[in-house]
Write a protein that binds this ligand. Sequence first.
Ligand code: NAD
Length: 311
Amino acid sequence: LLERVGFIGLGNMGFHMATNLINAGYTVTVHDIDIGTMKKFSERGVPAKETPREVAESSDVIITMLPSSSNVLDVYTGQNGLLSSGNHLSPWLFIDSSTIDPQTSRLLSDKVSKYHLKGKKGYAENPIMLDAPVSGGVPAAEAGTLTFMIGGMEEAYLAAKPLFLSMGKNTIYCGGTGNGVAAKLCNNLALAISMLGVSEAFALGQSLGITASTLTKVFKSSSARCWISDSYNPVPGVMAGVPSSRNYDGGFTSKLMAKDLTLAMAAATEVGFKCPITSEAYDIYKKMCDEGFESKDFSCVFRHYYSGKDE
Ligand code: NAD
């Protein structure tokens, strides 16, 4: 039921997630709009298909790891999309691990459930969709230690658990469709603000004559300790293997963080909830994107916002 996995979106995260599935012994077929990325897989003998539809035709399960809602909609409902091969689909399970808005997740899950299956597979007569965004960043994607937050039918989540555990070490079932992405938006809201807090403190520390490595030691055993100060330090030279140590490349881009804050603010507006610090944080990440750093990791806020220096 889970043997043949189709993976679409092989970027900073998806590349490693698909690789971990291959290493775990699954039969993986991939697709990305980036030809260079596809080549990296075809050179390893992994079938790289030209359209999402072709991937769907040879898969039991589909996983998508795309930048935003519009890309996910495109891959599902576009001309050669996952749902374009008629009323009967081969995959019984569709897992979207992209960080998108809960409304789009619900809309697509509803759409998917209206199709039929080619042959009897899985739990229901109709295909099922789970929203399963992740946390942990590129290092966790590479190490296979991601956390998955899952929304949708619980039986399908339990059936797919071995798949999640080949790419991650924690799975948290969050309830009905859209709840996985809702949880993810809350997580990233706190993460965005936490990055600004740590960056502001470290920048002030340096201005007051305290080195970043000293302040990191202080944070490690004090009340400001957090994932950013422990595992994703934004100050170059403090920590190896994080984006700040490689010119802020290859992590979670400022553009994606600004996108997630937009989604969190839209979700808040929908339920009449005010989140003033989130809008302040959004303005800062947006400004960084406008100034040309949209493809740099979001931790580059330390250098470009707080130190005021140019690249
Ligand atoms: P990315 O931009 O590095 O990768 C996205 C990939 O999707 C690219 O290879 C791109 O070519 C491909 N793509 C875009 N549109 C496509 C389409 N229509 N058809 C096929 N392929 C298409 O993004 P990423 O950093 O891997 O993030 C992916 C998702 O995961 C985002 O929603 C992001 O918010 C979320 N996320 C990222 C991180 C992180 O640290 N990078 C952490 C957690 C969650």
